[in-house]
Write a protein that binds this ligand. Structure first.
Ligand code: SF4
Length: 437
């Protein structure tokens, strides 16, 4: 048994002690059952004792830690032991709506407080026991990222299909009173937890504002409307505006209390409402950038910075940029500015990718699949150079629908198209120079 070692870092203490990928760790500092938090804790001590096993040979090593090198064991699971699965049945669950036939890992619904700490995942705490909360407090795991949705116990339980969901207020209070900070996400379902319910949730949060690092509201993303509880209702421009106004009201109150605005609406709400994105200062530390809160403002500001700082005259370049409906709503204006600033030399055009894979109200570029990018490219015609956003690929370079970036390069090459990827405005400008070269 034990926990499989996937990799041993080069130059690490584990490598010096002879540990190798494929070995198992049977015990850490005498504990046969341990997890990533125990491992991180042990990595901070001067002596780390490890019982390991290699093909039936059991042996012990003691690492003398002078902190000049990492302990350096990478386990097969991010939590070392099994990742805790979600026990909810949310009416809006995105994973439950995934089409069949994708990579197996995509269907796993994790809800593990340890992943909040090590990877920044949002957790619901519905499967967190009292000892789990105690452990978060004792280890000072702060901040914790929590998907709250609403504070009303009945509505939260109904939304999440889990009666434990109603405990959230006391869980937050227990963590907050022990000094743990929180990043909070409210996924809003129009007609369910917006309106008065949203106001009461924000009001409750205002009372704990010193313990909240950030709070964002994002609209529910539905591939296929379920119809249950009215989940299929999309936010209208007026509905989105009402959310923005509610947040602005509580931002002002939060600022009076602790000089930070804390509450933010996601980019999507601004796009649906047809409003300009707030200025940079609205997003404070951009704590919820990965949730689509401030991504547009950050891209616009970076793009304009690049425009103002063109070090050398731009060469002639013409390329298409694939993006979802959200990016397509603001990028053309930026590309017109680039066209003018480059004296009509650099022309970027957006290719708006309709998301057939997840449903066409999904406009985020990070959820585009290769199949939809290909469809949009074929429909657009006359594309020679195509840039895709890097966030369509996971850390291993795979699209959500399975192919790798290498597969995509070959497919587009056969179509006579050179494929590029860019993760920000600066990379887009670099690509423009490379295209011409
Ligand atoms: S918490 Fe809800 S939305 Fe998230 S994975 Fe679980 S069921 Fe799905």
């Amino acid at each position: 048994m034990g926990y499989l070692i996937e990799e041993v870092e080069s130059g690490s203490l584990a490598e010096s002690a002879g540990l190798k990928a494929g070995f198992s760790v049977l015990a850490l500092n005498g504990k046969a059952e341990f997890d990533i938090l125990d491992y991180l804790d042990a990595s901070g001590s001067k002596l780390v004792s490890i019982q390991a096993e290699d093909n039936g040979r059991v042996f012990e090593v003691t690492l003398e830690n002078d902190f000049s090198a990492p302990v350096g064991i990478v386990f097969g699971s991010p939590t070392v032991d099994q990742v805790r699965a979600c026990s909810n049945n949310c009416q809006f669950c995105f994973i439950a709506q995934l089409p069949k036939g994708l990579r197996e890992g995509l269907y796993f619904k994790d809800d593990d407080y340890r992943l909040s700490f090590i990877q920044g995942n949002y957790v619901t705490l519905t499967n967190a026991s009292s000892p789990d909360l105690r452990r978060i407090i004792d280890l000072g795991l702060s901040p914790v990222n929590v998907s709250v949705h609403c504070i009303d116990p009945q509505i939260r339980s109904l939304l999440m299909g889990n009666k434990n969901a109603g405990l959230i207020a006391s869980q937050i209070d227990e963590l907050a009173s022990a000094g743990i900070m929180l990043n909070i996400q409210l996924v809003l379902c129009h007609g369910i937890n917006d309106g008065e319910i949203l106001h009461s949730t924000l009001d409750w949060m205002l009372g704990r504002i010193d313990s909240i690092e950030s709070l964002s509201c994002v609209p529910v993303r539905l591939g296929q409307p379920t119809g249950d509880l009215g989940m299929g209702a999309r936010f209208s421009a007026a509905g989105a505006m009402a959310v923005i106004e509610a947040i602005n009201k509580y931002r002002a109150l939060a600022k009076e209390k602790n000089s930070r605005g804390v509450f933010c609406a996601s980019d999507e709400f601004y796009i649906i409402a047809g409003e300009d994105f707030p200025q940079d200062s609205y997003y404070e530390a951009y704590s919820q950038y990965e949730n689509g809160v401030g991504m547009a403002r950050s891209f616009i500001d970076d793009f304009e910075f690049c425009l103002e700082n063109l070090a050398a005259p731009m060469p002639q370049a013409y390329a298409h940029v694939a993006t979802g409906a959200f990016g397509a709503s603001f990028m053309p204006d930026l590309f017109s500015k680039l066209w003018k600033a480059s004296s009509n030399k650099v022309k970027f055009e957006t290719v708006c990718v309709q998301n057939d894979f997840f449903g066409n109200d999904v406009g985020a570029s990070g959820l585009m699949c290769l199949d939809d990018i290909l469809k949009a490219t074929r429909a657009a015609r006359n594309i020679n150079e195509l840039v895709i956003p890097s966030n369509t690929l996971n850390a291993d370079g795979f699209f959500l629908d399975g192919p790798s970036f290498g597969d995509a390069l070959s497919i587009f090459c056969r179509m006579g198209i050179r494929l590029w990827r860019a993760s920000n405005a600066e990379e887009l400008f670099k690509i423009a120079r490379k295209i011409s070269g």
